[in-house]
Structure formats: C-alpha cells, structure tokens
Design a protein around this ligand. Sequence first.
Ligand code: UDP
Length: 475
Amino acid sequence: MEAIVLYPTPAIDHLIPIVELGKLIHTYHPLLTIHILIAPAPYNAGSTSPYIASVSATNPYMTFHSLPSVTLPPPTSLHHETLIFELIRLNNPYVHQSLLFISKTYNIQALIIDFFCFNALSVAAKLNIPAYHFSTSGAAALNFKLYLPTIHKNTTMNFKDLNTLLNIPGLPPLLPSSDLAKLLGDRNDKAYECFLDGTISLIKSAGIIVNTFESLEPKAIQAVSNGLCVPDGPTPRVYHIGPLIATYNVRSDHNEGEAMPECLTWLDSQPSQTVVFLCFGSLGLFSIEQLNEIALGLERSGQRFLWVVRNPPSKKHSLAISVQTDPDLDSLLPEGFLDRTKERGLVVKSWAPQLAVLNHDSVGGFVTHCGWNSVLEAVSAGVPMVAWPLYAEQRFNRVVLVEDVKITLSMNESEDGFVSATEVEKRVRELMDSESGNKIRERTLAMKDGAKAALSEGGSSHVALTKLVESWKRQ
Ligand code: UDP
C-alpha cells in the first residue's frame, strides 16, 4: 500500500491548505493513503483540534499523527517565526520515528513539507524518501525565496538598512527592499538565519508545489521555469496546482449543521455587489487610532460595509498570536459610529466566515491584508481588492497584484504604516464606485474564470498535478 506524508506548520492557516492538497492528491490517486504529522503549536495559532476531528471523520484515507511536545530553548529572536523553526528542528527525531512507523505498513512515495518545516528534509534524505516543498503563498513569494541566497551573497548590509530597490526575476522591477518581511530586517537575527537556511533548502527538494495558477502569475512562473531565480544551479521542478481553497471555516464560522451567522443574514438584505468587506487575516490587529480612522473613512465613503474588528495589539504582541477576547465595540470605535451607520454597515467581532462572505452576491469589494489564502479566495469569488498589507510577504503580494495582475488597488500608508481616514474613504469609493474600480472588477472576474479553467480537465493546474502524481506511480 502506498502513502504520502504531509508535514505542515502547526498553525491552522497552514494546516488547512496542506490538508486540501492531500484531498486533491487523493482524487488523482485514490489508492494513496494520506498521513499528516502534527507538531504541537508553540503559540496560539488557532485551535486545530475541531478541524482535525472533522477531516478525520469525513476522509477515512487520512490519518493524523501527533508529534510529542518538545521544550523550546529561551527565544533568541523577537520574531515569532523563530519558534516554529526551532520547534520543527527539535521534532526531527520524532519525525524520523513517525516515518519509520508509517513505512512498516506503507510504501511512502513522498514527504511534502511546509517551508517552515525545512529541517525535516534531512530526515527524508536519510530514509531515502523524496521530499517536496509546499508553498502556501504564491509564485512571487517563491521567486523571492529562491533568489534570496543570491541577494544575500551580493550584500553585507541588513535589509532594514539597505534602502534600495531590488530586482527579483519575474517580479515587477525595482521592488523596495522595505517591502521585505520584517523578520528579514537583520541578517544576524536567528529568524533571518533560519529563513535563509529554508530558502537554501528549497533547491535541495525533489520539487516545489505552489498554491497558485499560471494565468494569475505568468511572469513569475516563467522566470522560475527559465531558471532565473537560481542563477548558480538547477531549479527543482515546480508544480503550480492552485487555487486550493479551504472548504472548512474555522472558529465561529458557518459549517454544515451550524446556524447561519448574523453577518450572512445581514448580507442577504443588502443589494447585489454593494458591500465592501474589510478583513485582515488570522493575525491582523490595529491600534485604536487606526480603528478610528477606518471607521471615519468608511462613514464618509457612504458605501455599505461589513468590517471585522478585533481588539488592538497588546504590549507583548503586535499580531493575534495570543488568545483573543471579543472587542467592546462601543468603547473602541468613534462615539455614535455604530448608530450612524447601522442602515448600511455591520461590524463583526473578531472573526467572520470569510469564504462565505466573499461568495455572497451582495459583496462587491474586499479590503485585505493580502494573505495568500485571502487573495486566492477573493480571486475565486471574483471580488476586486484594496491591498493593505500588514505582515509576512504581504507587501510583496501587493506589488504583484497591483502592478502586474492589476486586480487590486493600493491603500497608501505613511512610513510607519498608518492610513488616514481620507485615504480609506478615497480608496473604498474608488473600489466600489469609479472607472478604475470597474476596470479591476472586470479583470478580477476574468481571473476567476482563469482559476476555474486552471483546475478543470486539461487546465494548467490539472496537468501539473497529474504529472506529479504520475511521477510517484512510476517510482
Ligand atoms: N479568515 C476567516 N475569517 C476571518 C479572518 C480570516 O475566515 O475573520 C480565514 C480566511 O478566509 C483565510 C485565512 O483565514 O482562509 C487567512 O489566511 P491568509 O493566508 O489570508 O492570511 P494569514 O492569516 O495567513 O495571514
């Protein structure tokens, strides 16, 4: 009997796409069993247990294997990503044990790992198992990762001090170095070191599977297949198999058998394509001052809106990586705001069922932090975006979506990331009610068709996944 093993980062937003990948692979090769290694999360990254229980109950070919807890050394970096890298490194002996255990019953065809799990590549090599990277972000982010070792060699400066324009193959020219993820700011930081090691490991893998599709990011994909991102060696085979969209909603979302959330009922009462949805991923948080500017901007824009609001960041964490309590909206938002906008706006506390919202007929625009899952969900629903990147590779995604793909407007922030009420008002109006908004809406709808075509028989993503699965059958 044959199996593949998946090894995600233990955060819900990484687990869901890799499980979807497992499900998809299984439809192409129904004899395969899918095994998923679950490392314990080093911080609150969303509870995974209900999701795992639901997937196990409905997909008998999938088995989850929990790895034991490990004691992490005291943090040496301020970036929370370092905890994940460390956790995965320390889990290697248990990954080894689990792979040996699974291989007693199954012939393991492949180990597919998340970028943060790159340390497990050495285990796979020892056991002679082909190991693949799975990129939960798009082709542009992959090009950057593949090219980072080259940039690293060509400078001795820290990115945070570099203040230059970067030329990354396949990306819009002259990207500001300030658009790089914050964890890359200081090359002597542990987070940078781990990330760089991860990027170096990409070329040692048997292949890279990317959650994107060819017509969404043609330039980035062409550059990789021309070998431009790895100038001093061969590029591993890259499979663009997306868009993979999660069919399960986490937290208080609308899953089968659950009551319809209030925001969906509210959307039912709004006219077609008129509501702008504002939602900033699983981790995005804003200061009270910023929440106030958003509120004033929305109010002045005169547009209908559905807005997900969380409590502001704590002193300790700028992102929602600790347990979140629901916000007290009256004390957070400008006085009278909720009352004045109640005919045309709804504020949801902490979390909304984004996928269902984006696919609701009343929704006509999306202000997003540009997390890759959100981008793919918007594209698949045909909803044009305003990009307001906050963390990780989101600034990169913005540049590509605004300049290359042209399905997104850009929220212009000041140097410290602050966005004024005037800017929010202007951009929301532009998105919902202007010629340029209409143009990007048309392009987004064309991209939605492109996504469908990529996944259908003979489409680019279908062909890529067929090739990958066939290569395992030949082993
Ligand atoms: N999400 C949601 N409701 C929310 C916030 C997020 O359903 O209120 C979902 C969203 O649909 C997406 C995921 O959480 O599937 C966030 O992933 P993304 O890659 O966009 O951002 P990240 O959280 O990784 O920054």
